[in-house]
Design a protein around this ligand. Structure first.
Ligand code: ATP
Length: 250
C-alpha cells in the first residue's frame, strides 16, 4: 500500500528554487531516507509534506489525505520529531508527554512509550535538566504519542555520541518493525545504509538518485569506481566503542 505520494512538488524563495518539481512514493512499512548536502531542499520538502510549509505547486498525498486540502486531518495521523528547543524546560518528561497526548483523539500508553525510549528513570526529571541524548529520546517519544502510521525524523542522531547513536538506530528499527513507515533525513551515510530500505538523494532541489542503498552502491561500482585508500580494518569509532563500551550513558 502506498503511504506517501509526492508529485512534482515545488517551492521557490525569491531567487532560490529550494525544491524543483520532485516526485517519489513511499510504501507502507518502508524506512525511506532523504539525503543531500546542506541546502539541498530536504527540510523544505519534509515540511511541505507534513503540511507545515505551504506547497507552491505539486501534489502530496499522505495516508490517503491530500495535504493541500486537508493539512489538519493529516497532522492527527503523523508523528513529527520536534527539535530540542520545542519543549518546556519546567515540565517533567511525564508531564510533557501527557500534555502532548491530550492534543490527540487516540494516544499511546505513556508508561510503555517511556520504557520503549529508555526514559523510565528520568520520567519525573525536568526537561531543562536532561542531557542532549535524553532530550533527543524525548523528542522521539513525543513523535510517537499519537500512534502515528507515518513518522518523520529530521536528522534523528545529529549531535549524539556513538553509543546513543546506536541506541537510536535500534529504536528506529524496532519502531519500524511495529509497522510504522518512516521518512528520515540524515547527513550520516552509515545511518542511511543501516536503516533505509530506499533513499532519494537530493541536490539543488532535484532528486538525482533514488534506489536501495545496495543498488546505488552496485551502480557506482559498475561505473568502475575504486576506493583510493583501502579501508583500514578498524577506525577511531571502533577504538572509542572498544574503550567506552556499547552501554547507553545518560
Ligand atoms: P540542511 O541539510 O542544511 O538542513 P536542507 O537540505 O534541509 O539543508 P533547506 O533547508 O530545505 O535544505 O533549504 C533549501 C534552500 O532553500 C536553501 O538554499 C535555503 O537557503 C533556502 N531556504 C530554506 N528556507 C527558506 C526561507 N524560509 N526563506 C528563504 N530561503 C529559504
Amino acid at each position: 500500500m502506498l503511504v506517501l505520494q509526492v508529485d512534482k512538488l515545488r517551492k521557490t524563495y525569491s531567487s532560490v528554487t529550494a525544491v524543483d518539481g520532485i516526485s517519489f512514493k513511499v510504501e507502507e512499512g518502508e524506512v525511506f531516507g532523504l539525503l543531500g548536502p546542506n541546502g539541498a531542499g530536504k527540510t523544505t520538502t519534509v515540511e511541505m509534506i507534513e503540511g507545515i510549509r505551504p506547497i507552491e505547486s505539486g501534489e502530496v498525498k499522505a495516508l490517503n489525505v491530500d495535504v493541500r486540502k486537508n493539512p489538519h486531518k493529516l497532522k492527527e495521523m503523523i508523528g513529527v520529531q520536534l527539535q530540542e528547543g520545542s519543549f518546556y524546560d519546567l515540565l517533567t518528561i511525564w508531564e510533557t508527554l501527557d500534555l502532548l497526548s491530550s492534543f490527540y483523539k487516540r494516544s499511546r500508553d505513556l508508561e510503555k512509550l517511556i520504557a520503549l525510549t529508555g526514559l523510565e528513570e528520568k520520567k519525573k526529571a525536568l526537561v531543562g535538566k536532561l542531557s542532549g541524548g535524553q532530550k533527543q529520546r524525548l523528542s522521539l517519544a513525543a513523535a510517537l504519542v499519537c500512534e502515528p502510521l507515518l513518522l518523520f525524523l529530521d536528522e534523528p542522531t545529529t549531535g549524539l555520541d556513538p553509543q546513543a547513536r546506536r541506541h537510536t538506530w535500534r529504536l528506529i528499527q524496532q519502531i519500524n518493525r511495529e509497522g510504522k513507515t518512516i521518512l528520515l533525513t540524515t547527513h550520516y551515510m552509515e545511518e542511511a545504509e543501516r536503516l533505509c530500505n530506499r533513499v532519494a538523494i537530493l541536490d539543488y532541489g532535484k532528486i538525482i538518485a533514488l534506489d536501495t542503498p545496495g543498488n546505488l552502491i552496485k551502480q557506482l561500482l559498475v561505473k568502475g569506481f575504486k576506493k583510493k585508500v583501502v579501508e583500514t580494518e578498524a577506525n577511531l569509532e571502533d577504538v572509542f566503542l572498544d574503550l567506552t563500551g556499547h552501554t547507553l550513558r545518560e
